[in-house]
Design a protein around this ligand. Structure first.
Ligand code: N01
Length: 531
C-alpha cells in the first residue's frame, strides 16, 4: 500500500516524489496531463518564458544536475524549460511512479484508518497515509464566459491550454482578450504572424523589459563558481532570487536625479529589478507614485501615439501590486500598423458574435480569439477536488471565506494533507522553484520524522491556524498590495472571497520561521501516535 499520494507532476510533484523515494517511502504521483511539467506542460502560448533568470529558476537539490544542464537564454522559453524538466524526470527515473492522464476527483480522510481514501475520475480507488497537493498556484484557467461566445465561427484558444502542436496565425485576424503576463508575452509574437491583432484591455498592466538574449557565459560561470553561496542567498532573500535584491534606500529620501538614475539603471538591467529599486515602493504611496510616474514616462517614450500610451498606462492601482510583467517588445508592438488597442473601460465588451468581438463602440471581425484571461489562482485546483477532512467536512466549506491554513502547509481538520506552496505561504510572490523546494524539503523531513517515530497523523491546531491567518493578513495590510484588484486577492474570479492569499513576509524570514517550528517539535501542530 502507498505511503503517499502526490497530486500533480509539475515541479513540486516531481521533486516530492524524488524526496520521498529517498526516504524509502512508497509514493505515487497522479497527473491529469499526458506528461510531466505542470505549468510548463500546459502554457505553450507563443512567447511563453520564465521571468526569473534561468539559472535561478532551476532546481538546486542536485549539484550534479545543476552543473550538467546549460541554459541557452537569460530567460528560458517554455520549450527549453520543458526539456529541462524532462531531463530531470529521466535523470531521476521518475516516470515509473507517475500515472498520467489521471485526475484525482476526490480525497476523503478516513478517521478510523487515519488514511486518505482517494478516487480518480475514471473510478480507480487508492489510499495512502499522506496526501500531497502539488497542484500548482496557477493551474486552473479561468473559463471564458462571454455573452455569445458559443456563436463564434472561428477558432478560440486559452493561453493556459495552448495546443501542443502550435497554432499558425499567419495572415489571420486575431483578437486577444486580456493584458496580463500571458497576453503581454504572447502579443508581440502573435503580431509577427497575424495580419491584424486587436488587443482588448480591461486593465493596463505595468511591464518592464526582460532584455532577454543568450545567457552570458560570464554570468553562467559566475553563478556556478559561487553556487552554494548563491543558493543560500536565494533561500534567505525576500523573493527567492538574487538579481533584483532590494536596496535599502527610500525613494522619498533621495534627490530627483538620483532616483531617476536608479530607476533607469534598473530598467536597463530588466526584469523585477525595478520593483526592488527602493525599499519603500511597496509600502509608501508617495514612493510608489514615483515608480509609477517613471514607468509611465517609459511607456510614453516607447509608444509613439500619445493617446495609446495613455491608455496603456495604469492609473487606478499602485505600481507592482498586480504581478509585474516582464516583456519582450510589448509596448513597442503598439507602434506596428497591424496592432490596435481597444480600451474596454471606454467601451465595454458587449458580445462575441459569429464573426468577432463587439464592444459598445465597435465591431471587430476576427478569425481567431485568444483568451488570455488568467487563472482561478491559488485555491482553484484544490477547490475542484472533493476534499473532505475530519467529520466529512469539505475543504471548500472550510475555505468559504477565503483560504485558511497554518504556514500555507496544512489546514486544521485535514490531517496529513499537505499543500505545496499553498495559500498563506510566499509562493507566487517569490521565485516559485525556490519556494517549492523549501516546502517539499520541509514536508519530506516531516514525513520522514513521523515514519521514524511511529506517528500516525499531524494537523495544525485551530489556534495556530487562526494566528497564522491573522499574521498573513496583517503582513499584507502593511503594504499597498491589497489596494489592487488582483488575482492575489481572487478579484478576477466573480464571487471569490476577497482575501490576500500569499504570505508577503519574505522567503528568507518565512523559511526561518518554518525551520523554527520544526526544530521546536512541530510547534502549533498536533502529532498523534498510531493507535
Ligand atoms: O492572467 P492575469 P495571466 N473581460 O490574471 C483580463 C503568471 N505568469 O495568465 O486585470 C476582459 O494576470 C484581466 O483584466 P483585469 C504570473 O504570475 C507568469 O496573464 O482583471 N478582460 C487581465 O488583463 C501572472 O500574473 C508568466 O481587469 C478580462 C487578463 O485578462 C499569472 O501567471 C507568464 C476578463 C488576465 O491576466 C497570470 O497571468 C504568464 C473579461 N471578462 C503568466 N477576464 C511569466 O512571465 C479577465 N480579463 C513567467
Amino acid at each position: 500500500s502507498l505511503d503517499a499520494v502526490i497530486i500533480g507532476a509539475g515541479i513540486s510533484g516531481m521533486y516530492m516524489l524524488h524526496r520521498l523515494r529517498g526516504l524509502g517511502l512508497k509514493a505515487r504521483v497522479y497527473e491529469a496531463g499526458s506528461d510531466i511539467g505542470g505549468t510548463w506542460f500546459w502554457n505553450r502560448y507563443p512567447g511563453a518564458r520564465v521571468d526569473i533568470e534561468s539559472q535561478e529558476y532551476s532546481y538546486s537539490f542536485s549539484e550534479e544536475l545543476e552543473r550538467e544542464w546549460k541554459w541557452s537564454e537569460r530567460y528560458a522559453a517554455q520549450p527549453e524549460i520543458l526539456r529541462y524538466l524532462n531531463h530531470v524526470a529521466d535523470r531521476f527515473d521518475l516516470r515509473p511512479d507517475i500515472q498520467f492522464n489521471t485526475r484525482i476527483a476526490s480525497a476523503h480522510f478516513d478517521e478510523t484508518k487515519g488514511r486518505w481514501a482517494l478516487a480518480t475520475d475514471d473510478g480507480e480507488t487508492l489510499d495512502a497515509k499522506f496526501c500531497i497537493a502539488a497542484t500548482g498556484c496557477l493551474s486552473v484557467p479561468n473559463e471564458p464566459n462571454f455573452k455569445g461566445q458559443e456563436t463564434f465561427k472561428g477558432a478560440t484558444y486559452h493561453t493556459g491550454r495552448w495546443p501542443h502542436e502550435g497554432v499558425d496565425l499567419t495572415g489571420k485576424r486575431v483578437a486577444v482578450i486580456g493584458t496580463g503576463s500571458s497576453a503581454i508575452q504572447s502579443i508581440p509574437q502573435i503580431a509577427k504572424q497575424a495580419a491584424q491583432v486587436y488587443v482588448f484591455q480591461r486593465t493596463p498592466n505595468y511591464s518592464v523589459p526582460a532584455h532577454n538574449g543568450p545567457i552570458s557565459p560570464i554570468v553562467a560561470e559566475a553563478w556556478l563558481a559561487n553556487r552554494d553561496e548563491n543558493r543560500q542567498l536565494q533561500r534567505m532573500s525576500s523573493a527567492g532570487f538574487l538579481f533584483s535584491n532590494h536596496r535599502e534606500e527610500l525613494a522619498t529620501q533621495v534627490g530627483d536625479n538620483e532616483r531617476r538614475q536608479v530607476f533607469e539603471e534598473r530598467w536597463a538591467q530588466g526584469g523585477f529589478s525595478v520593483q526592488a529599486a527602493f525599499a519603500d515602493l511597496a509600502v509608501d504611496p508617495v514612493a510608489n507614485g514615483m515608480a509609477a510616474d517613471f514607468a509611465a514616462s517609459k511607456i510614453r517614450e516607447i509608444v509613439k501615439d500619445p493617446a495609446v500610451a495613455d491608455r496603456l498606462t495604469p492609473k487606478d492601482y499602485p505600481f507592482g501590486t498586480k504581478r509585474l510583467c516582464v516583456d519582450t517588445g510589448y509596448y513597442e508592438v503598439f507602434n506596428q500598423p497591424n496592432v490596435e488597442l481597444i480600451d474596454l473601460r471606454e467601451a465595454p465588451l458587449d458580445t462575441i458574435t459569429a464573426t468577432g468581438v463587439k464592444t459598445a463602440e465597435g465591431d471587430y471581425a476576427v478569425d481567431v480569439i485568444v483568451f488570455a484571461i488568467g487563472f482561478d489562482a491559488m485555491t482553484g485546483a484544490l477547490s475542484r477536488i472533493d476534499i473532505q477532512g475530519r467529520g466529512g467536512a469539505a475543504l471548500t466549506d472550510a475555505w468559504s471565506e477565503g483560504p485558511k491554513s497554518y504556514l500555507g502547509l496544512m489546514v486544521a481538520g485535514f490531517p496529513n494533507l499537505f499543500t505545496v506552496t499553498g495559500p498563506g505561504s510566499p509562493s507566487v510572490l517569490s521565485n516559485m522553484i525556490v519556494s517549492i523546494e523549501q516546502h517539499v524539503d520541509w514536508l519530506a523531513d516531516l514525513m520522514g520524522f513521523m515514519t521514524l517515530n511511529g506517528l500516525a497523523t499531524i494537523e495544525p491546531t485551530a489556534d495556530s491556524q487562526n494566528a497564522w491567518v491573522d499574521h498573513v493578513n496583517e503582513a499584507a495590510n502593511h503594504t499597498l498590495y491589497p489596494v489592487a484588484n488582483s488575482w492575489y486577492l481572487g478579484a478576477n474570479v466573480p464571487g471569490k472571497p476577497r482575501v490576500f492569499m500569499p504570505y508577503i513576509g519574505g522567503v528568507g524570514a518565512y523559511r526561518t520561521l518554518c525551520d523554527a517550528v520544526a526544530a521546536n517539535g512541530y510547534m502549533g501542530f498536533k502529532l498523534r501516535p498510531a493507535a
